[in-house]
Design a protein around this ligand. Structure first.
Ligand code: GDP
Ligand code: IMO
Ligand code: MG
Length: 424
């Protein structure tokens, strides 16, 4: 058996949560492999809308196991709130959610460091979600971090205090940044207690045993390829590997065990936070996408920047991830447009560029578009792809031809049921 991977091909918020939820019945285990509470994955079914941050999107299907892998960073405070929100659903969390002992912890002081660092950057800020992601991964790679397994050891408090002292020293370098770590610690230690009461495992062993036993596993990515620490629009990225390779390091799965790679993208493009976005629309079209697509962050509520689909960026994402099939999300959002634009290449300093350049500086890059006719029909009630408007089918066929990967799912609304299969 192999591990299938589902991940974002753009700047996050492509609709990963929805599609993981739709695909979950086909799997035995759903596993998150990177990121942390910076993620906001939305699921909608039976009139309920739910946003998950750290917990995998398979959690509502009782027969499936959900695993938080070693590559994830966990904030016990956010985690506890997530668990509390799940209470009305009567889920058997102790038996259906497994947490890697090697996952790193986000401390209250990591959140403070994130805030202090962003404030110090001023107009050059990353636009971080301020969840402490960067500082927690810095401690991981700096070999100072605390892991979930540490909370089970007797000297946890010593390790915690030593790290917080280090952080205080760092925070004191940010002049004028006021903080009070103690007032944040109550909620943190409550969350630690909750974690202690749940099932913490050697997840790499667990997952490989499961593979051997023939279990089907889906790895759920967070963020998107263009936010990857190596391949994204650095430095305006997150601090983890969001690409397929991140599954190997974030779960302890060998590259030879990777199966299908499902790439998720919006029929257009969005980005939240700072950084380059060549196809961003600063006009009425951009506003229309934001309103029709309800493009406001699931984690922070910030308005998302909106624009047309960027094919050079998509090709790049498909290349670095080895995408085998794709899901096109939010087709319904473009129903009001007479024409839909796709960016086929860029002009940079008078030259045609078809790949993603090292330096993406918005005012030097001119996206060049091709126009396709819009479908101008409400798609939200569609139940089969065959019945969809010809213009939508043409858009899908066009993208499949240019991107050389089949689009097997077309999503026409946020609900589980608003999902059309286009499998051959
Ligand atoms: P994720 O982070 O990739 O899981 O995506 P988010 O949940 O942050 O953002 C996607 C948003 O789009 C959520 O509010 C979803 O409910 C919504 N959504 C997902 N698919 C569709 C779709 O096909 N059409 C519409 N209109 N909304 C969708
Ligand atoms: P999901 O999983 C969209 C963005 C932030 C910021 C940058 C760095 O819901 O798709 P960080 O907090 O990681 O230090 O922020 O990355 N970002 C996301 N944008 N969706 C996400 O997750 C994101 N997680 C982080 O806005 O620009
Ligand atoms: Mg999101």
């Amino acid at each position: 058996m192999s591990v299938d991977v589902l991940l974002g091909l753009q700047w996050g918020d492509e609709g990963k949560g929805k599609i993981v939820d739709v695909l979950t019945p086909q799997y035995d285990i759903i596993a998150r492999f990177q990121g942390g509470p910076n993620a906001g994955h939305t699921l909608e079914f039976e009139g309920i809308k739910h946003v998950l941050h750290t917990i995998p999107s398979g959690i509502f299907r009782k027969e499936v196991l959900n695993l938080i892998g070693n590559g994830v960073v966990i904030d016990p405070v956010v985690f506890q709130k997530e668990i509390e929100k799940l209470a009305p659903f009567n889920l058997d969390i102790k038996n259906t959610l497994l947490i890697s002992k090697k996952a790193h912890l986000i401390l209250p002081s990591h959140r403070l460091l994130d805030a202090a660092s962003e404030a110090a950057k001023g107009k050059n800020k990353i636009g971080s979600t301020l969840k402490g992601i960067g500082p927690a991964y810095m401690d991981k790679t700096g070999r100072n971090g605390l892991r979930v397994g540490d909370i089970l050891s007797e000297n946890f408090m010593d390790k915690y205090n030593a790290l917080v002292e280090k952080h205080k020293g760092m925070l004191d370098h940010y002049q004028g940044f006021e903080y009070n770590i103690e007032e944040l610690e109550g909620a943190f230690f409550e969350g630690i207690e909750l974690l202690r009461s749940l099932t913490c495992v050697d997840s790499e062993q667990y997952i490989n045993d499961a593979l051997k036993a023939g279990k089907k596993i889906l790895a759920e990515g967070a963020q998107g390829t263009m936010l990857d620490i190596d391949f994204g629009t650095y430095p305006f990225v997150t601090s983890s590997n969001t690409v397929t390779a991140g599954t190997c390091t974030g779960l302890g799965v060998a590259p030879t065990k990777i199966g299908n790679v499902i790439g998720i993208f919006k029929a257009y493009c969005t980005r939240v936070g700072s950084g380059p976005f060549p196809t961003e629309l600063m006009d009425a079209d951009g506003d229309q996408i934001r309103v029709d697509g309800n493009e406001f962050g699931s984690t922070t509520g910030r308005p998302r920047r909106c624009g047309w689909i960027d094919l050079p960026a998509m090709k790049y994402a498909i290349m670095v991830n080895g995408v085998t099939e794709m899901s096109m999300m939010k087709a319904d959002v473009l129903s009001n447009f007479d024409e839909i634009k796709v960016c086929t290449h860029y002009m940079i300093k008078g030259e045609k560029v078809e790949t993603l350049p090292f330096d993406i500086i918005d005012d030097e890059i001119r996206p060049v578009y091709e126009s396709l006719p819009g479908w101008k029909k409400d798609l939200t009630g569609l139940t089969s792809y065959v019945d969809s408007p010809q213009e939508l089918k043409d858009y899908v066929t066009y993208l499949e031809r240019v991107l050389e990967v089949p689009i097997t799912v077309v999503s026409v609304g946020p609900d589980r049921t608003q999902t059309l299969s286009n499998k051959a």
